[in-house]
Ligand binder design. Sequence first.
Ligand code: NAD
Ligand code: G3P
Length: 336
Amino acid sequence: MTKAAVFGTGSWGTTFAMILAEAGNRTILWGRRPELVEGIQRAHTNLDYLPGVALPTSLGATTDPAEALDGADFVVLAVPSQSLRLNLAAWREHIPRDAVLVSLMKGVELGTTKRMSEVIREVAGVPEERVAVVSGPNLAKEIAQRQPAATVVACVDEEVAARLQAACHLPPWFRPYTNPDVVGVELGGAVKNVIALAVGVAVGMGMGDNVAAMLMTRGLAEISRLGAALGADPHTFAGLAGMGDLVATCTSPLSRNRTFGERLGRGMTLAEVIAATKQTAEGVKSCESVLALAKKHDIEMPITEVVVGVVHDGMSPSEAGMLLMSRSPKPERYGL
Ligand SMILES: NC(=O)c1ccc[n+]([C@@H]2O[C@H](COP(=O)([O-])OP(=O)(O)OC[C@H]3O[C@@H](n4cnc5c(N)ncnc54)[C@H](O)[C@@H]3O)[C@@H](O)[C@H]2O)c1
Ligand SMILES: O=P(O)(O)OC[C@H](O)CO
C-alpha cells in the first residue's frame, strides 16, 4: 500500500491528508504541537483548523518526523512557505531515497525569490523528476466539508504526476488533472494570492464587481507576463491552477488573502490585520518576493507593486487605486 506523510496540520495539510487517507493510502500527518496531534490520533478531529470535521479514523498523526517519513512514498509539504527551508533541512535525513516530494504551498521565498519546488530540490538534494506540485482552486474548508473540487498535479515526469494523480483521485469528491508545467502551476498559485489581496482591499473600500473583474483580469495578465519570462506554458494560466484559482481566491470570503486585503481596505492598520489573522495569508510576504522576481526579469507588475506599497510601505488604498487608474493608456495585450 502507498504511504503518504503530510507535513503541516493546518487547514490544507489536514484536508489533503483526509483525501489521501480516504483514497486508500496509508497516511500520517506530522504536526508540531502534541495536543493537536493527540486530537487527531484520539478524537479524529483538528479543532484548531477544521472544527466540526470528522477526520478518517485511518489517518495517523505524529510529532516525530522520522516516524512520519519511515517508508513514505509521497512526502507532502504544507507548512508556511517562508518556513519550508528550515523545516526541510531538519527532516531531510529521514526522507526515503525514492520518495516523491510534493508541495502544496503557494508562496515564493523571500530573499532568494525561489519557488517552493526550487527550495525543495535545493534543500533535499533531489532531482526535478522527484518533485511535484499540487495547486488549484482548493479552498480547504469547502473540500473538508466534502464539496467537489478539482486540482492540478504538476511534475516534469509525467509518470510521477500520474502516480500522484491516482493517489489523490477520490470520486466524486476530488478530481486531479496532470500538467508537466511545474513553473506555471506554481506561479499561478503564488501570484493569485497577491491579486486576491488587491481585490480584498477594493472590496473593503466599498468597490463593486467591475473593479474586482478588472483586478482579476489584469492580475492574470501580470501572472502570464511573469510566467512567460520564466518559461511557463501560457495555456496553464487559462486552467485550474491559473484562472481557476484566481477566481476562487479573489471571490471567496473564505480566502485568507482576500480577507486580509478587505480588512486593510476597511481602514484597519497592518498591525490590527495581522493580529486578527490566525492563519497563513501567503501573499502578505510573497508580494515582496514576487515583485523582486519580476524586477529580476524586467517584468512590469503594477498591481503587485501597489499591493507591496499598501501592505508594507504605508501607501493608502485610495492612493494605490489612483496610481493604477492613472497609468498611461495601453493596448490590452501590451507586454504580453
Ligand atoms: N487553506 C487552504 O485553503 C489552502 C489551499 C491550497 C493551498 N494552501 C497553501 O498551503 C500552505 C499551508 O496552508 P494552510 O492553509 O494549511 O495553513 P494554515 O495557516 O491553516 O496552517 C499552517 C500550519 O503550519 C504550521 N506552522 C506555522 N508556522 C510553522 C513553522 N514555522 N514551522 C512548521 N510549521 C508551522 C501551523 O502550526 C499549521 O499547522 C500555504 O502555502 C497555503 O497557501 C492552502
Ligand atoms: O485562503 P487563501 O487565500 O490562502 O487561499 C486558499 C487557496 O489557495 C485557494 O485555492
